[in-house]
Design a protein around this ligand. Structure first.
Ligand SMILES: Cc1cc2nc3c(=O)[nH]c(=O)nc-3n(C[C@H](O)[C@H](O)[C@H](O)COP(=O)(O)OP(=O)(O)OC[C@H]3O[C@@H](n4cnc5c(N)ncnc54)[C@H](O)[C@@H]3O)c2cc1C
Length: 386
């Protein structure tokens, strides 16, 4: 196990797990876990070493999300959403002095990055914006009615999408990191939800400003396709796998306790546990294969822009989001009333509620509709290994 992963497991077991219950019950930001993640310098791991980070690969970050997901789904989701923004900066900001300096600050001060892509009036179609950049000389300002900005109140900077200009079509977007000192948030909704309660995904009007140099040079369409989308699907899937893994661990402990109680018999839940472990293995294979596919694509512009790559990343998200619920549900059936109780060591209630966010965190229907379009022109792939 890498030294980074050991540190993450320590934060997860000693801090995140301890506070997961109150973070969920009170729908509050996991302050304790983030203080520990910052102390362990885990927020800047993906930033290149010459800018003060650890130069972690996407697979390493995926493994960190997976580990944290086993202790607290909300903490892991915030960590994942932050890393998605960092991945965009690292992959598309290295040529720009402003973004290099920002990445240096991010690692030295362990800044937490939020994201404002969703917007009132466009549904969940994050590849469209209504708000637009207003550029005057070397400065810009923008106002966005963001339906959801997770941990907005606790972010140190927010990556915001907007139309390039007031005349641009909805899909001609840019993305820009705006510092806390340069934006004002006006709360428009609350966050009292079924699951992922600690993400505090509240709606805000965001009013921000900054230097034109802060705007990421590449169009958002490319940043989204090459980095934000695959990184989102990979980090989310790995933390959903983490949630499912912990639920199965609880079910396994339940079955073993039953076996000890009635020595010489195989508890009835054992068969369903075998099924759950089988599903978990499929889910894990999906995440690992997709991480390898993305790393191979990062080294090849041809692979990265291929339709088959987009379909694979979409499939990863729709597949793992459904399997997470399925696996946790198996764990619930195995543990029975002990799993259904909030106050039992075998409880999987929070796991199940958190897992249900997966299918609508960018709606599966929307993703499937996109895949359906791509399949109209994608050639069949009868091969086994790439
Ligand atoms: C825990 C959590 C945290 C989040 N954090 C953030 C954040 O920090 N920043 C941010 O910007 N966003 C965030 N989001 C928002 C998220 O990214 C999505 O934009 C949002 O969940 C989609 O909202 P929706 O379901 O209202 O919209 P829609 O995607 O519009 O879906 C509404 C309904 O319409 C259907 N539908 C819509 N379009 C289609 C289509 N083309 N084909 C078929 N059916 C369709 C869907 O099935 C669904 O039933 C978060 C969401 C969650 C759950």
């Amino acid at each position: 196990m890498s030294e980074q992963l050991q540190r993450m497991r320590r934060v997860g077991a000693d801090i995140a797990a301890k506070h997961a219950g109150s973070v969920d019950a009170e729908a509050r930001f996991p302050h304790e876990a983030f203080a520990a993640l910052k102390a362990e310098k885990l927020l800047g791991v993906m930033v290149p070493t010459e800018l003060g980070g650890a130069g972690a690969s996407i697979s390493e970050v995926v493994a960190l999300c997976h580990a944290l997901g086993q202790y607290c789904g909300s903490t892991a989701m915030i960590f994942a959403m932050h890393q998605i923004q960092v991945a965009c900066l690292v992959r598309h900001g290295l040529q720009s002095e402003w973004h290099r300096a920002f990445m240096r600050r991010l690692t030295s001060e362990q800044l937490l990055l939020g994201s404002a892509t969703s917007e009132a009036g466009i549904g969940g179609d994050v590849r469209s914006s209504i708000c637009a950049m207003e550029v005057q000389g070397a400065r810009f300002k923008l106002s966005k009615n963001a339906t959801v900005i997770s941990y907005g109140a606790d972010s140190d900077a927010i990556m915001v999408t907007a139309r390039r200009t007031a005349e641009s079509p909805a899909s001609d977007q840019v993305i820009v990191p705006i510092l806390k000192s340069d934006y004002r948030l006006e709360q428009t909704s609350t966050w009292d939800t079924l699951g992922m309660r600690g993400t505090c995904s509240i709606g805000y009007w965001l009013h921000g400003a900054g230097d034109v140099a802060q705007i990421m040079p590449l169009p958002y369409a490319d940043i989204s396709a090459q980095t934000m989308l695959p990184t989102s699907h990979l980090t989310w899937s790995s933390l959903w796998l983490g949630i499912a893994t912990d639920a199965v661990a609880r079910a396994r402990a339940f079955v073993r306790a039953e076996a000890r109680r009635k020595a010489g018999t195989v508890p009835p839940g054992a068969l369903r546990l075998a099924e759950a472990v089988n599903l978990l293995q499929l889910m894990k294979s999906n995440v690992v294969a997709a991480a390898r596919q993305y790393e191979a694509a990062l080294a090849s512009p041809e692979l990265l822009t291929a339709l088959s790559f987009a379909v694979a990343m979409n499939n990863l998200k729709t597949g793992t989001s459904q399997m997470a619920v399925q696996v946790v549900n198996h764990a619930l059936l195995i543990c029975g009333i002990s799993g259904y109780r909030n106050d039992s060591d075998y409880s999987v209630c929070r796991h199940l509620r958190d897992a249900h966010s997966a299918a609508l965190m960018v709606s599966n229907d929307r993703i499937l509709a996109n895949t359906a379009n791509l399949l109209l022109v994608l050639k069949d792939d009868p091969g086994l290994f790439p």
